[in-house]
Design a protein. Structure first.
Ligand SMILES: NC(=O)c1ccc[n+]([C@@H]2O[C@H](COP(=O)([O-])OP(=O)(O)OC[C@H]3O[C@@H](n4cnc5c(N)ncnc54)[C@H](OP(=O)(O)O)[C@@H]3O)[C@@H](O)[C@H]2O)c1
Length: 379
């Protein structure tokens, strides 16, 4: 008997995670059907994807003239919230950058859909709201980001008796650059990630360790573990994706080659495990030595800044996300140097007025204002 296909809406289908999600869909045509695809400006690639996967819904920016070739394939334009909550969708995949996935994620949860979550900003900005909403609606948030996905895999089948989460990170592209040379690195230097191929924003966030701070915040909300019980460790080989220590001192680690298609497949198929010959297998003798080291607060000032701000709650984490997004954008555009990213975030946050117990619109507004303040300060 043919299994019922899981029907997907993919926000950010033209990016690094989006295209790899479609690689998994392509490998399992009997398992998944693409109902909606959304991008921003990569219209040529979106059109190719619409031609290949025949979704009924799409979203992108551009004029009607630019969208003509997509519309001519019988695909209907649709707002992101409507796509996310559409009755034909079983699972939403959030693979956009920035704050754009937050409202559609809430819409999907309220409509009873499971969410495969790559967009960490959603949980960083509004972790308490989004996880509370999912609990009330009985829907699952399936972590697709490799480190939260690793923790999730380690915790499967366990009672929640966790002592400590240990999140690994490669240390990013500038891990070995002398600290006194960091002020002079170029965007091209910061984008040369040693182990992962990702979009520009997250690659710079890896170099500042903001990405690791975001994962700590994600883990705090997705797994309900107290802040003080989440640690990070530098692991240059990116083979151990994270570890969980249980109350008795036993530690489980999730391992695999650094390839995002592994956690993507794990989340899309949940709770099943399926063989996929296209995915790389771990070969320990060839991998060689695995090393772990403490992180250096002097090299990565963004990490402690981010955690301290996120622990304040309210709209502070949203402001952090907005300030970071603008600071990375300014660095990539050549308006500020690499070591000024932390300074610019701090400057933007100095102008933030907190809204305790915020709504989603409060959260989005806080991110937008922090972004605007950071841009204004850098230009
Ligand atoms: N890449 C990774 O390996 C990785 C790993 C873990 C987590 N993540 C997280 O996953 C998310 C995506 O990362 P990425 O590296 O895949 O980013 P990316 O390569 O830059 O792709 C971003 C995607 O989002 C789309 N997009 C941006 N703004 C949009 C908007 N307003 N409306 C609709 N679509 C929009 C882009 O469309 P256009 O192409 O048209 O601009 C593109 O499809 C981020 O939150 C990141 O932190 C990524």
């Amino acid at each position: 008997m043919t299994p019922t296909k899981k029907r997907l809406a993919i926000l950010g289908s033209t990016g690094s995670i989006g295209t790899q999600t479609l690689d998994i869909v392509r490998a399992f045509p009997d398992e998944f059907r693409v109902v909606g695809l959304a991008a921003r400006r990569s219209l040529a690639l979106l059109e190719e994807q619409v031609r290949e996967f025949s979704p009924s819904l799409f979203s992108c920016e551009g004029t009607s003239h630019e969208k003509e070739s997509i519309l001519s394939q019988g695909c209907r334009e649709c707002a992101l919230d409507d796509m996310a909550s559409h009755p034909d969708v079983d699972m939403l995949v959030t693979a956009t950058t920035g704050d754009v996935a937050l409202a559609p994620t809430c819409a999907a949860i309220e409509a009873g859909k499971d969410v495969a979550l790559a967009n960490k900003e959603t949980v960083v900005m509004a972790g308490e709201i989004v996880t509370g909403l999912a609990a009330r609606h009985g829907t699952a948030i399936l972590p697709l980001d490799s480190e939260p996905n690793a923790i999730w895999q380690c915790m499967r089948g366990e009672a929640p008796e966790v002592n400590r989460l240990i999140i690994t990170g490669s240390g990013g592209a500038l891990r070995d650059t002398p600290i006194d040379r960091l002020a002079d690195v170029t965007p091209a230097d910061a984008l040369k990630h040693p182990t992962w191929r990702m979009g520009a924003k997250i690659t710079v966030d890896s170099a500042t360790l903001m990405n690791k701070a975001f994962e700590v915040i994600e883990a705090r909300w997705l797994f309900g573990v107290p802040w003080d019980d989440i640690e990070i460790v530098i692991h240059p080989q990116s083979v151990v994706h994270s570890l969980v220590e249980f109350l008795d001192g036993s530690v489980k680690a999730q391992m695999g080659q650094p390839d995002m298609r592994l956690p993507i497949q794990c989340a899309l198929f949940h709770p099943r495990r399926v063989r996929n010959g296209n995915l790389p297998k771990l070969d320990l003798p060839r991998t060689g030595t695995l090393t772990f080291a403490e992180w250096d607060p002097e090299r990565y000032p963004c990490f402690n800044l981010a955690i301290e701000v996120a622990r304040r709650g309210g709209t502070w984490p949203a402001a952090l996300c907005g300030a970071d997004e603008a600071a990375v954008e300014m660095f990539l555009a050549g308006n500020i140097g690499f070591t000024e990213i932390a300074d610019l975030i701090q400057e933007s946050l100095a102008g933030h007025s907190d809204v305790p117990d915020p709504s989603i619109p409060d959260t989005i507004a806080a991110a937008k204002s922090a972004m605007a303040r950071a841009r204004a300060a850098a230009l």
